[in-house]
Design a protein. Structure first.
Length: 482
C-alpha cells in the first residue's frame, strides 16, 4: 500500500514545448488520487527547478511512491532522471506511465531497471489500485517485476463514463509560473480512425468516448470563476459528434460565459464540421482551429488511410476563414507513396486560403502503427526506433526513413523548402492583420518569423503572453463585429 505519492513532471532539454500550461495528464492523475483519499504532491521540473529543489521536495513530502511520466522524446534523459532519483532514494518505489510506456511496454522497464511499475494506457484506476495495496498481478494495465522478470497483467478496459472522472483542478500545481494563463480541456478520449501513421488509437483506444456537454462546461465555468478566459481543447476528435458540440455551445451561452477565447489547437477533422457548426462555435468564443489536412490530394489521403476527401477539407478551410477563425493547417511531408508533385499540391493548398499558419511535419513512425510495420517490411528505415524516438521531432529536418519516391537528399531539401513556405504564409498573415500599419507590419512580419522570435514565443513567458494578448484582443474585436 502506498499512502503518499509525489508526481514529478520531468524536464526535457531542448523540448519545444516548454512550461506552456499545467500538464493535463498529471492533473487528471492528481485529481483521481485525491478523489480516492490518497495523499499526493506535485513538482514540475519544466518550471526551471534544479535537482537540489527536487531533493528538498522529496525529503519534505516523504512519499512512498513517486510517479514520473515518460514521453518518447528525450526518453533517455528521463531514464537518467529516474536513475538519479532511485540512486539517492532506493527505498521509494517509482511508477511510470505516459505515451512511451504505453507504446513500448516491457521494453521500458527492461531499459530502465529503476522503474518498479509501469502504468499502461489510461492510468487513473491502475495507479489508485496499486496505491490501495492490491496484489500487482491482479491489477490490469500494470507492468511489474517478479523474480527479476518484467510481467504485464494484460489490458484494462478503457473508461467509458468520462463524466465520472474528475477534471483537473491543479490544486498543488504552481499555476502562476506557466507561460500561458490557459487551461487544456480534454473532452473526449479515443479515435475510431485508422490513419497509418497515428499512434493515438493505440494509446487511447479505437472507441470514441465523450464527456457530456454539461460536464465540459462545468470545467470551463470552474476556471471562468477563477478569471480564466483561454481554453484549448486537446481532443483528437472534438467535433466528431456535432450535436454534442452544439450542446456545449448552448450551455456556454446559457451560463453567460462571455469573452472566452476557445481553441481547437490539436486539430479537427474537416469532414466533422460544417458551416452551421463553425458559425455556432464562433458565436460563443471559438477563435482558432487547427485542421488536420495531412496531404494535398485524394491519392495520398487514400494511401495514408485518412478516409477523408480533399473537397471536404477545402470546404472546411474556406468556411472557417470566411467566419474569421485563425486557421492552422497541419500537413505531413514525405508520406509513403508521396512524390514531389504531391507535395506541390499540399503547398498549393496551404497558400490558397488566408489561413493563419501552415505546418509541415516530419513523420515519426511509432512502433505499433501500420506505417512502422510497412517501413520495417520494406527496409526503408534510416535509423532504428530506439535511437530516433529519443531525439526525433516533427520540427527537425532529419529524415527517419526513405521511400522510392523521395530519397534522403530530396527529403532534406524538401524540408528546407517547406520551412520557407511556412514563414511566407505567416509573414503574409501578420501583414494582413496589420494592414492599417503597413510599415510596422512589414517589419513585424520578418521579426516574428525569425528563428529567435519563434523560440522566444515557445519558451519566454513575457513574449508569449504579449503575443497571446494581441491575438486575443484582435480575435475578440472580430467576434464582436459578427
Amino acid at each position: 500500500m502506498y499512502k503518499k505519492v509525489l508526481l514529478i513532471n520531468p524536464s526535457v532539454a531542448g523540448s519545444y514545448l516548454g512550461p506552456i500550461r499545467p500538464p493535463a495528464s498529471l492533473g487528471y492523475i492528481a485529481e483521481y488520487l485525491a478523489a480516492h483519499s490518497i495523499a499526493y504532491d506535485v513538482i514540475d521540473m519544466r518550471l526551471g527547478y534544479r535537482v537540489s529543489v527536487l531533493w528538498r521536495k522529496i525529503e519534505s513530502v516523504k512519499p512512498d511512491l513517486i510517479g514520473v511520466p515518460i514521453w518518447s522524446y528525450r526518453y533517455k534523459e528521463t531514464y537518467n532522471f529516474i536513475h538519479a532519483i532511485k540512486q539517492r532514494y532506493p527505498a521509494i518505489a517509482i511508477a511510470s506511465g505516459g505515451p512511451h510506456v504505453s507504446t513500448l511496454r516491457k521494453e521500458v522497464l527492461k531499459g530502465c531497471p529503476e522503474i518498479d511499475f509501469g502504468v499502461v494506457l489510461e492510468g487513473e484506476n491502475t495507479l489508485v489500485e496499486l496505491c490501495q495495496g492490491r496484489e500487482p498481478s491482479s491489477i490490469k494495465g500494470l507492468l511489474y517485476r517478479d523474480a527479476g522478470e518484467v510481467v504485464y497483467t494484460g489490458e484494462r478496459n478503457f473508461t467509458t463514463e468520462l463524466d465520472g472522472v474528475p477534471f483537473p483542478k491543479y490544486d498543488k500545481f504552481e499555476l502562476n509560473k506557466y507561460l500561458l494563463k490557459e487551461i487544456l480541456v480534454i473532452s473526449s478520449r479515443g479515435c475510431p480512425f485508422d490513419c497509418i501513421y497515428c499512434p493515438v488509437s493505440l494509446a487511447m483506444g479505437k472507441v470514441l468516448r465523450t464527456r457530456s456537454a454539461e460536464n465540459v462546461v462545468d470545467e470551463i465555468e470552474y476556471w471562468y470563476n477563477k478569471n480564466y478566459r483561454q481554453f484549448n481543447f486537446g481532443d483528437d476528435n472534438f467535433t466528431f459528434v456535432k450535436d454534442r458540440v452544439h450542446r456545449i455551445c448552448d450551455e456556454i451561452q446559457k451560463r453567460g460565459l462571455r469573452n472566452l477565447d476557445l481553441r481547437c489547437g490539436n486539430g479537427i477533422r474537416a469532414d466533422k464540421v460544417d458551416k452551421a457548426l463553425l458559425t455556432r462555435m464562433r458565436e460563443v468564443g471559438f477563435t482558432y482551429i487547427g485542421i488536420g489536412v495531412e496531404a494535398g490530394n485524394n491519392r495520398v489521403l487514400d494511401s495514408i488511410k485518412k478516409h477523408e476527401r480533399i473537397e471536404h477539407i477545402e470546404q472546411a478551410i474556406q468556411d472557417a476563414c470566411g467566419l474569421g477563425y485563425d486557421v492552422t493547417l497541419f500537413f505531413l511531408a514525405g508520406s509513403p507513396d508521396e512524390s514531389l508533385s504531391d507535395i506541390n499540391d499540399s503547398i498549393t493548398l496551404a497558400q490558397k486560403y488566408p489561413v493563419f499558419d501552415a505546418r509541415f511535419y516530419n513523420i515519426i513512425p511509432y512502433p505499433g502503427t501500420e506505417l512502422f510495420d510497412w517501413l520495417s517490411k520494406n527496409n526503408y528505415f534510416l535509423r532504428n526506433y530506439q535511437d530516433y524516438l529519443n531525439d526525433a521531432s516533427v520540427f527537425l529536418n532529419r529524415p527517419l526513413f526513405t521511400t522510392p519516391q523521395l530519397d534522403v537528399a530530396q527529403r532534406i531539401d524538401l524540408f528546407r523548402r517547406l520551412r520557407r513556405v511556412e514563414n511566407a504564409i505567416l509573414r503574409k498573415t501578420i501583414k494582413r492583420k496589420m494592414i492599417k500599419h503597413k510599415i510596422i507590419g512589414f517589419i513585424a512580419a520578418y521579426i516574428l518569423t525569425s528563428s529567435l522570435f519563434r523560440y522566444l514565443i515557445r519558451h519566454n513567458k513575457y513574449v508569449r503572453n504579449m503575443i497571446e494578448w494581441a491575438r486575443y484582443k484582435f480575435s475578440s474585436s472580430k467576434l464582436k463585429a459578427l
